[in-house]
Design a protein around this ligand. Structure first.
Ligand code: NAD
Length: 259
């Protein structure tokens, strides 16, 4: 049967493009009231496009690493769209460098975007969810958060932390009927993260882009890279149908990661 999202408020970070935009469009398609958050002002254009098509959508240009700005944004969402039922913590960023070249600044940046930003948004959303005694939080980890990736130790560590934070939150908020899970995608085509990762491998490993794609595809049992829709449909499942799931880190990797 699942949850009827019609009229429920759903928040999606990192929704100016790629996976986040796909998730926002999916929520809007189910009749939810959607708040789209991103650092990139394109998020407002995308929100306006969806609003023109008849959906209840608002766009917010916010840096999720700024705790105070996040709190103000979520207050505005609650005031204008009502208490928040679902939060998809999609915003994230990747970085690549040989391990011995990681600097304090770059390590800190990975943690601030991928860990702190997700924590601030979840804290702000939880105020609503605890009032509702209901809620879904979908964090974004990565396959690299389970089996770390070469020349991506900072990113892998931040995504590994998201998995542990998801476990801790699931224990803490089960009593409030709030389910907290995370997704661990493999390589997702046509996204910003894969765009920079493939570019990084071309530069750092001195490989042609075509060879990089071929090498990574060959490691996937299902024989293709992940598509944005593969991830979006899993977010849909966790929001609409996954009533008995909490504290899980689901692989969306075509079999590349199996634990
Ligand atoms: N694309 C992949 O192959 C892949 C694989 C595994 C995990 N992931 C994870 O999935 C999520 C989405 O990936 P994607 O490839 O769609 O990303 P993307 O780079 O295409 O989009 C991410 C969005 O987040 C926004 N963002 C970044 N920092 C922000 C900040 N401080 N405040 C607000 N917004 C900010 C960006 O502006 C961008 O619009 C990320 O958390 C990523 O780590 C992606």
């Amino acid at each position: 049967m699942g949850v009827d999202l019609k009229g429920k408020t759903c928040v999606v970070t990192g929704s100016a493009k790629s996976i986040g935009l796909g998730v926002a469009e999916m929520y809007a398609g189910f009749g939810a009231k959607v708040a789209m958050i991103d650092l990139n002002p394109e998020v407002v254009t995308q929100a306006e496009r969806l609003a023109k098509a008849g959906h209840a959508v608002r766009g917010y240009v916010v840096d999720i690493t700024d705790k105070k700005a996040v709190e103000a944004c979520f207050d505005d969402i609650t005031k204008n769209l009502g208490d928040i039922f679902a939060l998809a913590n999609v915003a994230g960023a990747v970085d690549q460098q040989p391990f011995v070249e990681i600097t304090p600044e770059r390590l800190d940046k990975m943690n601030r975007i991928n860990i702190n930003g997700s924590v601030w948004c979840a804290q702000a959303a939880l105020r609503s969810m605890r009032r509702l005694k209901d809620g879904r939080i979908i964090n974004f980890a990565s396959k690299s958060g389970k089996t770390g990736s070469a020349i991506m130790a900072a990113y892998s560590g931040a995504k590994g932390a998201i998995i542990s934070i998801t476990h801790a939150m699931a224990f803490e908020f089960a009593k409030d009927n709030i389910k907290v899970n995370c997704l661990c995608p493999g390589i997702v085509e046509n996204t910003g993260v894969w765009g920079s990762v493939s570019k990084g491998y071309v530069e750092n490993l001195k490989m042609e882009e075509e060879a990089v794609v071929k090498q990574f595809t060959s490691k996937v049992p299902l024989g293709r890279l992940c598509r944005i829709d593969d991830v979006v449909s899993f977010v849909k499942f966790l929001t609409v149908d996954g009533d008995y799931c909490t504290g899980q880190a689901f692989n969306v990797t075509g079999g590349r990661e199996m634990h």
